[in-house]
Design a binder for this molecule. Structure first.
Ligand SMILES: Nc1nc2c(ncn2[C@@H]2O[C@H](COP(=O)(O)OP(=O)(O)OP(=O)(O)O)[C@@H](O)[C@H]2O)c(=O)[nH]1
Ligand SMILES: [Mg+2]
Length: 215
């Protein structure tokens, strides 16, 4: 849930990267952290196992100035993809404003993609919300690997809801598609906030570009 601090002129948005085990959620955040300037980002927190599997979540705070008069803070989180950590995924999802569902494009991961998407819907339902309420996009990652599904098949598998989500192809290890995903979900989250809060003094740029914002 977006959080507004009028005294400090701050709005906080929570964006969660969700998806099956090893699909590249943490890699997305690492790429964002590596690329953006220091004055826009906070410290990246990673709680991982020795094998670099996310144990609890990864967290990266970003700052932008896309809403006139307010500092917008984007709190980026990943969830642990491993099935046993469902309680943790549920906790991380709590109060989410926007979602990037990262799918693994490899044929071998199709069942895991579908299962993770169903798990996302189920966890949201348990919190009395759903994907009609929360802006989300799809990211088809690992497009550099052999034996990957065409994007239209991933789209067919994962984009079955009445309102179609936009998707991006990505190679998170090379930064391809990472900022496209981040910029779109940020725009969607802000647009929803503006609409719901009837913000009168908003200057909505055509490109939110959280990578170049700042105080
Ligand atoms: N070839 C290739 N490898 C990738 C890509 N994105 C991520 N990887 C690799 O996939 C592995 C898993 O990436 P992570 O980002 O740790 O995956 P995750 O989704 O955070 O995994 P969990 O935290 O366990 O759920 C790592 O070895 C990454 O380098 C990609 O686009 N292409
Ligand atoms: Mg991870």
């Amino acid at each position: 849930m977006s959080f507004v601090n009028f005294a400090r002129k701050e709005i906080s948005f929570k964006i969660v990267f969700y998806g099956p085990p090893l699909c590249g959620k943490t890699t997305n955040l690492e790429c964002i952290h590596r690329t953006i300037p220091d004055d826009v980002k906070g410290q990246m927190t990673m709680l991982s196992t020795q094998q670099d599997r996310t144990l609890y979540f990864d967290f990266l705070p970003l700052r932008s100035d896309v809403i006139t008069g307010f500092i917008s803070k984007f709190q980026l989180y990943t969830v642990p993809g491993q099935p046993i950590y469902n309680e943790t995924r549920r906790l991380v999802l709590n109060g989410v404003d926007g979602l990037v569902f990262v799918a693994d494009s490899q044929w071998s991961e199709m069942a895991a993609n579908v299962e993770s998407f169903a798990n996302l819907e189920e966890n949201l339902n348990k919190q009395n919300t759903n994907l009609d309420e929360i802006p989300y996009i799809l990211q088809f990652n690992k497009r550099d690997l052999p034996n990957i599904s065409p994007s239209h098949y991933l789209d067919f598998l994962l984009n079955q809801r009445k309102t179609k989500a936009q998707f991006f192809e990505a190679i998170a290890t090379e930064g391809v598609g990472v900022f496209e995903s981040l910029n779109l979900i940020s725009r969607m989250v802000i647009a929803k906030f503006i609409e719901e809060n009837n913000m009168p003094t908003v200057d909505m740029p055509s490109d939110v570009s959280v990578s170049t914002g700042g105080e």
